[in-house]
Design a binder for this molecule. Sequence first.
Ligand code: HMG
Ligand code: MG
Length: 298
Amino acid sequence: GLPARVRVHEVGARDGLQNEKTTVPTAVKAEFVHRLAGAGLTTIEATSFVHPKWVPQLADAEQLFPLLSDVDAALPVLVPNERGLDRALALGARRVAVFASATESFAKANLNRTVDEALAMFEPVVARARAEGVHVRGYLSMCFGDPWEGAVPVDQVVRVCRALLDQGCDELSLGDTIGVATPGHVAALLTALNEQGVPTGALGVHFHDTYGQALANTLAALRHGVTTVDSSAGGLGGCPYAKSATGNLATEDLVWMLQGLGIDTGVDLGRLVATSEWMAGHLGRPSPSRTVRALGNT
Ligand code: HMG
Ligand code: MG
């Protein structure tokens, strides 16, 4: 069966904009988040409190976050370490996300750490956030394939998932960072996680659309009981530290499929398409989303 409702975790302002060559002005980012909320999105990842040299596109987090105080949506932010958590808490963030890797190569490239060193870095972040009543998401990248290591064994993914849950993460997001997953692999991973006692209710899925499989993979996950799906408005996105990554599953493509299945998301597709067209104008290139192109005016 399929769920009656899906929660869309919108990542365009973070995963999308972190990978754009042009740095979008802070005021445009703020308007983007307001427009996403106006289109009915209830969870909008806003920015990252990472090292500004690692992700210069999001170096304005301190300036942006206060401009979002009137946004009627949950606004999670990425924090890699205690320094990031301090910055986020100082601005009143109530939801944070740490981001682990299932592979050593990506842990090194993205966090300058081994997998276990990165987990050790997250431990006090998760503990302190929880003590403050702040919701913690744990991302896990390279759950299916890795550009340096190839196919990623399911056991390796299960181990890091367990570690993040044991640290106290409220939810996990399974990342197909470079978009190589196919539906059978998704089903196999979710089955293995179930067998290891990981509750499906704690899992979200995060598909990049490099090979055009993101929607098929999402459907496989929904059939498995997953009800949280990450996507980015207009299909913005990628990851600067994983060179074969393209944009995330486009929120419009996701909502089009879910509407057709009679699954409620609360998203107004027309307003969302207009928002993505407006952002495409700022970025100077058309949205890669098929649904934006089909329904839009440009
Ligand atoms: P490092 O170089 O090992 O840092 O980087 P360090 O811990 O050695 O600290 C060095 C200096 O950086 C220190 O300053 C720190 O204070 C400063 P100094 O004492 O030398 O003057 N520093 C910071 N400054 C500001 N904010 C901070 C911070 N931390 C340290 N938070 C580090 C380690 C984790 C900082 C770095 O690797 C980093 O920032 N990485 C972030 C990479 C990133 O954001 N990647 C994209 C997000 S992940 C993703 O996109 C995947 C996802 O979408 C899921 C999927 O698709 O799979 C989530
Ligand atoms: Mg991503």
